[in-house]
Ligand binder design. Sequence first.
Ligand SMILES: *Cc1c(COP(=O)(O)O)cnc(C)c1O
Length: 336
Amino acid sequence: MKEVKGFDTHLLKNGFHRINLLNQSSPLLFLKSLSKELDTPIYIKRDDLTEIGTGGNKLRKLEYLLAEAKNQNANRVITIGARQSNHARLTAITGKMLGFEVDLILKNSVPLDTESYQLNGNLVLDNIVDANIHEIPNDGTASNFILSLTKHYETEGDRVYFIPVGGSNIVGGLGYARSVYEIEEQSQALGVDFQHIALASGSGGTHAGLIAGYEILGKKAFIQAYNVQPDREPILGETKKITEGILEIFGISANPDYHLSNDYVGEAYGIPNKETLATIKHLAKSEGVFLDPVYTGKAFTGLINDIKLGKYPKGEPILFIHTGGVTGLFAYSNWF
Ligand SMILES: *Cc1c(COP(=O)(O)O)cnc(C)c1O
């Protein structure tokens, strides 16, 4: 959305700038075949089709994060993620577009050593835009590595801006608070009132932004996030921290509910299970929509199963946020 009156001006007044990366609203579509099958109207917000770098939810966060980097006169952006990170890919692409040097610290946090995982998917795109890639083991040394890399560049005269994993902090979360206005505009045009929203959560920023956005808008919505990290408490803690931070900027004291399900995590982060793969195939064949193996495949499995279990009110429309990650499928080619 070009402009969200009130929201945008309030943030500007409080020193939170935004660089416009997205010029169009992402499509909000009805899933005809699946809705019929489950006897429940299911819609999908195609944030996987946002317009830069093969799309994904991180772009909304990067609009605010990279604006802050510019404002701090940084010339170099450093971020961290798993080897197959969508966030790292989009940071690399948008960072380059805006003239930054970009360093990606890629942690070997997914226990896969197939050639396709090691060499394909997002990494190809990271390399196309000439991001500096630093591969590190998954042994708890990441924060030391970040510190020494930052120091190294700073002694060379660079100004470094660090983006945390998933772009999930208060600044990044603003992008998803803002997206609520886009969702509301589109649902009004469709004549549908979404009281139930479902999405994948990995580092909490998207979930937090949506919760905060609905509070700011003053609308009640049940936002069900499906965690893809086996540990629930740290993600829940981050989600609360980011939500409260955003609400504080808007001077809102609220006590929102947090719905974070760990029922569909599977055995580990980045490892799809049988159900995840079946859901990916099913949605591809029935709707032509491709989910990803790390996030949305698990979350959509949760949505379908929870609908079947009667956890969503019968007949009421549900909006699933497709947060992207399709490039990730190519790192898992031997699973299909
Ligand atoms: C990063 C990511 C998520 C999770 O978003 P968070 O804000 O980190 O919780 C979900 N889906 C995809 C495809 C992602 O890349």
